[in-house]
Design a protein around this ligand. Structure first.
Ligand SMILES: [Fe+2]
Ligand SMILES: [Fe+2]
Length: 383
């Protein structure tokens, strides 16, 4: 910051320099910004002391809109942690970092057909989700806002298969309807959901019934093609979950006020995308088969009619450049969708329609809808 270097020993100029240096620091400019928004009565939430010259820096509040966005994200991260925990207990790595469960050998082997590193990836994705909600909740509390707690809704059954803990769950992985349109959405060079475009399912069967993504009990461990279908379902569900996070963070980031909250969203969101990219790659290794118990078909995405265009081939996992913002611009490789209006409610609706919360009481859906509506009502404060 050469322009802020002291040019003279004059005390007044030195004080002026210190003040300018302070306001060039993101943490402190946020404070002075919040001071302005509070003075203007712009809905600052639980603001603490706001004197610009207090040293050392103190925690200050954030806008009610930022709190609403963070609370919704915290709830979703808790739900993600719950579902990933279930995958880890049966098909991941059980250790001090992600304890619980004791692994299911047959299911783990079926998962490893998609990639031999799957157990480690499942473990690390689980670990990441715990870190996300714990961080966001702690950050909320540091801003005198309340953390999100969904413990009262941990009532759904655990898998009875060998390896699963017997505890109450928030999410259902045993009757899932998996939307696989993300597969073709990221391969399209002409369409974008933000323009109202629709996309084909990669695995149509998964979107039209209810299927287990983990063995419900040891009876699900055979025959082989049934167990592999369960592992394949998990493989596509992983991508479905993490592409959702990849879109949600940039969608909501457009309506935050505080630069620090923006930094949180911009720092967590891309980790969802790092997960998604792995799951996009590994899902392509799901072997084509028909589940003999229920007729669920996993097609060969590299064969006719799928291989006729670029929309299905399994090695095309980089996002294809497509239309963005306006058709007058050249195609751009982007996360999609990212439009912000109603993004929280759209994310919640998507999860509900997948059956992830099957068995939850009305109180759960009301609570989640309230969080989503509050997040979607948030607007950046410019006061
Ligand atoms: Fe997450
Ligand atoms: Fe995630």
């Amino acid at each position: 910051m050469p322009s802020f270097m002291p040019s003279t020993s004059n005390l007044i100029q030195e004080e002026d320099r210190k003040e300018k240096t302070k306001t060039s620091n993101p943490g402190i400019s946020r404070r002075s910004f919040l001071g302005k928004s509070l003075a203007a009565g712009a809905g600052t939430f639980a603001a603490g002391r706001l004197l610009a010259n207090v040293s050392p820096p103190i925690d200050v509040g954030i806008t009610s809109g930022d709190v609403a966005i963070l609370r919704f994200l915290s709830a979703l991260e808790i739900l993600e942690a719950d579902l990933w925990q279930q995958y880890n207990e049966l098909g991941g790595v059980q250790d001090d970092e992600v304890p619980g469960g004791s692994g299911n050998e047959d299911y783990t082997k079926a998962i490893e057909v998609l990639d031999e590193d799957m157990p480690q990836y499942i473990h690390d994705n689980t670990d990441d989700e715990y870190s996300h909600f714990k961080f966001i909740n702690n950050y909320l509390v540091s801003k005198q806002a309340s953390a999100v707690n969904l413990d009262q809704f941990r009532t759904l059954p655990s898998s009875q298969a060998t390896g699963a803990q017997q505890i109450g769950r928030l999410t259902n992985l045993m009757q899932l309807t998996v939307d696989t349109k993300w597969w073709t959405r990221y391969r399209s060079d002409k369409k974008n959901p933000d323009f109202g475009d629709s996309f084909q399912q990669a695995v149509p069967g998964l979107s039209m019934g209810q299927f287990p993504a983990i063995p419900r009990n040891d009876g699900d461990l055979q025959p082989d093609d049934h167990l592999q279908a369960i592992a394949n379902t998990a493989g596509f569900h992983f991508g479905s979950i993490e592409q959702g996070g990849s879109s949600l963070y940039p969608s909501l980031a457009q309506r935050v006020t505080s630069k620090e909250v923006l930094r949180i969203l911009l720092s967590i969101g891309p980790t969802e995308t790092m997960h998604f990219q792995i799951w996009h790659d590994t899902a392509g290794n799901a072997p084509p088969l028909t589940d003999p118990t229920n007729g669920l078909v996993f097609p060969d995405l590299n064969s006719t009619p799928f291989a006729d265009g670029e929309d299905f081939e399994t090695d095309l996992i980089m996002p294809e450049p497509t239309i963005f913002l306006d058709r007058k611009f050249p195609p751009c490789s982007i996360i999609r969708p990212t439009q912000t209006n109603g993004a929280a409610m759209a994310a919640l609706r998507g999860l509900i329609s997948s059956g992830l919360f099957l068995g939850q009481p009305q109180g759960f859906f009301s609570f989640m809808a309230q969080l989503a509506q509050a997040a979607d009502a948030a607007q950046p404060s410019t006061a």
